[in-house]
Design a binder for this molecule. Structure first.
Ligand code: URA
Length: 212
């Protein structure tokens, strides 16, 4: 399967490991093949039932081969732990599996080319809920006009699964400790932890995911 285009290889993968191996050989996006150190398929701890999705690897992730290990990742870890969602319950990946040059936003063709990997990752993990962090992840699920400010306050689903949309940790860093994105992200991760508990105990019903 190695070397096949994502649209051909992803559906054939029967585990995250297999998918990661196929994704590591991906050459779909010429700019990214040139600029990346390596593909960063994602991290999936054994016990995970929540999937966090960011935009694309940054410089540190590109070097480490792991998602969210730089400044954004450190903040994410802290906020997840604070919310009662330690990283070993949480699988983490990105819309785009390669670092765009200079950390630019992935282009539409790159997001489209990469789409089958994430699509299949969601199918294989079958998470209880998904957290989409930032505009790129929000648009992946809800289209080009997706707006975090609207989506984060309403219950969203993707193929029957709750999707909580929130700010990217990099926005929380950019706006600082008293900025709105940090408070919103903290609130939304706490809501995700509560929703996970509800879903695990089978208590979630209509309106689940509604947040203040
Ligand atoms: N930002 C992202 O969106 N993903 C990472 O893995 C790191 C930074």
């Amino acid at each position: 399967m190695t070397g096949l285009a994502p649209a051909a290889a992803a559906p054939l993968s029967t585990s995250w490991m297999e998918l990661a191996e196929a994704a590591r050989a991906c050459t779909a996006c010429p700019d990214l093949v040139t600029s990346r150190t390596q593909v960063v398929p994602g991290a999936i701890p054994e016990a995970s039932d929540v999937l966090v999705i960011g935009e694309a690897p940054g410089a540190q992730e590109d070097l480490a081969g792991k998602p969210f290990v730089g400044r954004s990742g450190q903040l994410l870890d802290r906020l997840l732990a604070e919310a009662g969602l330690p990283r070993d319950l949480v699988a983490v990946t990105n819309v785009c599996k390669c670092r765009p040059p200079g950390n630019r936003t992935p282009s539409r063709p790159e997001v489209t080319a990469c789409r089958p990997w994430l699509h299949r990752q969601i199918e294989l993990l079958d998470p209880l809920l998904i957290l989409a962090l930032g505009g790129t992840a929000a648009r992946w699920f809800f289209g080009p006009s997706a707006r975090i400010v609207t989506l984060r306050t309403t219950a969203q689903t993707h193929q029957g699964r709750p999707v909580l949309v929130s700010y990217h940790p990099s926005a929380a860093i950019r706006f600082g400790p008293s900025g709105a994105p940090l408070a919103a992200l903290r609130n939304d991760l706490a809501a995700a932890a509560r929703l996970r508990d509800e879903l695990r105990s089978g208590r979630a019903g209509a309106g689940v995911g509604d947040r203040p």
